[in-house]
Design a protein around this ligand. Structure first.
Ligand SMILES: Nc1nc2c(ncn2[C@@H]2O[C@H](COP(=O)(O)OP(=O)(O)OP(=O)(O)O)[C@@H](O)[C@H]2O)c(=O)[nH]1
Ligand SMILES: [Zn+2]
Length: 227
């Protein structure tokens, strides 16, 4: 191979590696483009409102109607500031940790945390409950932060399996322990309000790690949440 060809090959290899690096995300990360946060929220809302107007016009809706005319703006604000605000790491909750002077070293379980998310295949709601648990390795977390972690991860277009893993991963990161468990029991509107139209089914997903892989610990958690 000529020197130039080798150099070209090396340059290409580096470009490919850089690209791969840019697109790298863990299996449980939400697939986002590398430039996902180059636009600010206001610009995103403006663009989404414009596109949503086109969607509504295409459906034949009268955009002069008093009740409809501001819907594109409402939807844009809801997407960026509310139901998909968990896409932006700037909105990540800060976990307040406390020392554990009383040496509580048993399992802590928080049950029935409300889950409001949206299915990434149809953009309709996923509604349910999360049950989370951890065993302290020396620090305890403010209880409401458990709810906030569930809420933050839910406020993204999701599939339930990935949502469960993202919550578990954030708990591990916040608490500095592998000893966490997460169960989600949720109802998918894409299964009930359309498509197969089964309103009765719910979906259960679970993620166990560390001590929760031990059958007795897992069963204790399941007993606490009444499963
Ligand atoms: N595994 C998983 N699947 C999901 C989740 N949310 C929605 N789905 C499914 O994603 C699938 C998308 O399937 P497609 O066949 O591409 O879409 P579709 O034609 O709208 O499918 P139907 O819902 O069966 O009408 C559907 O079976 C949904 O039920 C989730 O959280 N996890
Ligand atoms: Zn769906």
């Amino acid at each position: 191979m000529l020197k130039n060809e080798i150099l070209n090959d090396l340059t290409l290899a580096r470009v490919v590696t850089d690209l791969e690096q840019d697109h790298y995300h863990a299996a449980f990360d939400t697939p986002l483009r590398p430039d996902a946060f180059e636009l600010d929220d206001d610009t995103k809302m403006e663009l989404i409102a414009k596109h949503f107007t086109t969607i509504m016009e295409t459906l034949g809706m009268d955009m002069e109607d008093d009740s409809l005319k501001d819907t594109p703006k409402r939807v844009a604000k809801m997407y960026v500031k509310e139901i998909f605000s968990g896409l932006n790491p700037a909105n990540k909750p800060k976990p307040t940790l406390f020392k554990n002077p009383f040496n509580y070293n048993q399992m802590l379980v928080e049950r029935n945390i409300a889950v409001f998310s949206n299915c990434e295949h149809h953009f309709v709601p996923i509604v349910g409950k999360a049950h989370v648990a951890y065993i302290s390795n020396g620090q305890v977390i403010g209880l409401s932060k458990l709810n906030r972690i569930v809420q933050y991860c839910s406020q993204r277009p999701q599939v339930q399996e990935r949502l469960t893993m993202q919550i578990a991963n954030m708990l591990k990161e916040a608490l500095g322990t592998e000893d966490v468990a997460v169960i989600i029991d949720a109802h998918h509107h894409c299964v009930s309000s359309r498509g197969i139209r089964d309103a009765g089914s719910t979906t259960l997903t679970a993620e166990y790690s560390g001590q929760f892989l031990n059958i007795e610990t897992k069963n204790e958690f399941l007993r606490y949440i009444g499963s």
